[in-house]
Design a protein around this ligand. Sequence first.
Ligand code: FAD
Ligand code: NAP
Length: 330
Amino acid sequence: MTSRQPIDEPSLDPELVEVDMHLVPPTQPVTGIVTSNEICLRGKSASFVRHVCVDVSGTPLQGAFHAGQSFGIVPPGLTEHGKPHKVRLYSIASPTVGEDGEGRILSTTCKRLIDEHSPQASSEEATRGLHLGVCSNYVCDLAPGDEIRITGPAGKRFVLPKAPERHDFLFLATGTGIAPFRGMVKDLLEGPDGPCKSDIHLVMGAPYTSDLLYDGFFRETADRHPNFHYHTVISREFLPDGRPQGYIHHYLDREIRLHGDLLTRDRALVYICGLAGMQTGVFQAMAKLGIGGPYLKVHEELAGVAPEDWELADIKRRVRPTHRCMLEVY
Ligand code: FAD
Ligand code: NAP
């Protein structure tokens, strides 16, 4: 765990914590032991998402992972082509000190992938039917005591700054994209240096209230720490006036204190994690509200186009997050 630096001057671009990467390569996984595997949804839901803890003691991963990084899991067995399954990445949901406080147990937030294929043409007939994601269902089925082949850690940009007191934070999550924020919020508020006093806003997008993840933890944390604010945006439920709640960028649009106050501060950092494409609405909302400058580099070809008219392809090619905007979507 990095110790906090004193606050001396305002800082714009963050200096991120330095992290180890690929201590265990995907070609040579090591063995971890599952210590627990529990549902972490708020209620009865059509989705299945589990908080899975893995003991990495005695492996190069012990004490070597940071909140915000990912690790790899290699599912057993062979593909339909007879080749070993490839590694899948999972965000670390534990704080940097691990679930146990000693860097021995890391965790993730695993959603069962359940997919139904509807062939568009007769040539696709072979793929008709149900596909149960190979790795996610293997992980969700594991029991305490089971062995699991793991790799990592991976990722060096989606981590906290070395001096979190110098910044305020806006965390934007959809679905299991909440995983790294559980670890980061724990690092910020429950770390060995005492609670960070910065403003921390977490906006979580889920289809239904029952799909909220770690909801009890975030609510209790908000009750205990007045500088931590937990906002939920439930896309398939409604506001009291009957309008749909929408997506997280609609919330950003509605909540003047997030863009009018937090995001206009020189010290604010934005972290975005979850569904590929979620950045489109967030980037458009920031640009439309006139507060995108510190977070987005917009190519001059797009500078004259109204943000509402930006196409996904334009955003992918011509809008880049700056050092104050961390993006982890796929
Ligand atoms: P797969 O079996 O690989 O299926 C994936 C897709 O391919 C599906 O859409 C499936 O329909 C299709 N497909 C594959 N094979 C077939 C077939 N034979 N027939 C028909 N369709 C097929 N996920 C989480 O749940 N939690 C996390 O914290 C998390 N963090 C991540 C972090 C990063 C940086 C990245 C890149 C990914 C993360 N993921 C996370 C996603 C995770 O890596 C896996 O992609 C996900 O769990 C699905 O893997 P799977 O093996 O279950 O699915
Ligand atoms: P989900 O529950 O299906 O969706 C979460 C919420 O996002 C829903 O309310 C959904 O609304 C909404 N949403 C859909 N499209 C959106 C958009 N364009 N902008 C904003 N919000 C949108 O999510 P999930 O199944 O858990 O999926 C989470 C994704 O994050 C997965 O793809 C997962 O692999 C990825 N993930 C990435 C990382 C990482 O990169 N480190 C870590 C963890 C997870 P509706 O359903 O009502 O449309």
